[in-house]
Design a protein around this ligand. Sequence first.
Ligand code: SDX
Length: 428
Amino acid sequence: MVDNNATLNLGEQSLDLPVLEGSCGPDVVDIRKLYAQTGNFTYDPGFTSTASCESALTFIDGEEGVLLHRGYPIGQLAESSSFMETSYLLLNGELPDQDTLNDFTHTITRHTMLHDQLRQFYQGFRRDAHPMAIMCGVVGALSAFYHDSTDISDPEHRKISSHRLIAKMPTIAAWAYKYSIGQPFLQPDNSLSYTGNFLRMTFGVPAEEYEVLPAVERAMDRIFILHADHEQNASTSTVRLAGSSGANPFACVAAGIACLWGPAHGGANEAALNMLQEIGTPDRIPEYIERAKDKNDPFRLMGFGHRVYKNYDPRATVMQKTVREVFEALNVTDPVFETALRLEELALSDDYFAEKKLFPNVDFYSGIILSAIGFPTTMFTALFALARTVGWVAQWNEMISDPGQKIGRPRQLYTGPTQRDYISLDKR
Ligand code: SDX
């Protein structure tokens, strides 16, 4: 894989560093021997120019707005695949045939139930607890229930833990919503699809049959596909770093959930809809665009911008199309959608956003769809976490399966006090 060398001149030293070439995307300069041979670290807060690992799962071309899962474009997967099929693809590397997909779906379906004692965990939360706080707690607690599958060196243990996490996230998320509105929990119904089961557990009630609307089921399933994995984003990197210490997968995913919650990351879908509702009508958009451009104002257009995409986020394109499909299926409209379309139009015609290459990202339109389906904004990031769990466990498996993987332990540029002696209290 070594393609050529980079030469680093450091004082009197001249160091040849291997340049590694992947199957597509930027080459990397392999600096693993830099500190041992020069006593210097590299410096890259925020990892804007750092490849933390080698991966074969997801490829993003930020300039071209390309997102591939195991080589398949996200637009094709969103159009033609299902979340279960895309989950199998991410975990195993190839699209399954029908029998394999049926077996995988059956396995996941039969792990959707939660240990009955986990109900008690919900009782400890206030009814107005944010669902992400509940998700962090309940997912972390799963490790206390599955001592039969936490030997991460055993591929079978890794497989069953991965399946349990993918399968149980819909139940955990649906119950977090039910708990917040004081309605009874519904047990999974194995006769339904993964996504249909989630919709029923979320919106169904014991007193009557819940009808899963095919158009809503399809839209929800597509939203899960769009959120499944996204290279080494902050929460995935959190899961990898936690996993590198040998922590069990339930604890690692709980760490990923905590990181995803931030408004700069997965929390942006909730923040974006709140922002659009605060803006209200299109006539107020210029005021908010000016605020977003004002360096003295911390306000940012939520759902805009991306560390990697410097062109349109391909997921936002699919998401915008899905808004129209859901509105038509539910025969609803939402003035917020018109505001969102107008905001996008005005922002993209403004030099500030064009110069900084700020486009709508996956979070800009998703909230409008979720709101139309009936989710409160507080559930939006929990849905992101539900879908991203397959990406987290696939990335975790890829790392743990690498015999050469080491514990992640970055260094620093130290700018604190140099050594000094302790001063007793009476002398200060
Ligand atoms: C997700 O990494 C992933 O892949 C994440 C994700 C995934 O699937 O896992 O794609 C999901 O997290 C999507 C992003 C959701 N976050 C938001 O929508 C929050 C709003 N956007 C930002 O805060 C910001 O754009 C980030 C955090 C997404 C990216 O930040 P970067 O890459 O660190 O860029 P930056 O903060 O250095 O901004 C570059 C410039 C700055 O101006 P200058 O200091 O250069 O003058 O652009 C400005 C920023 O002020 N800027 C914005 C802006 N985003 C960046 N200005 C106004 N509104 C914005 N939204």
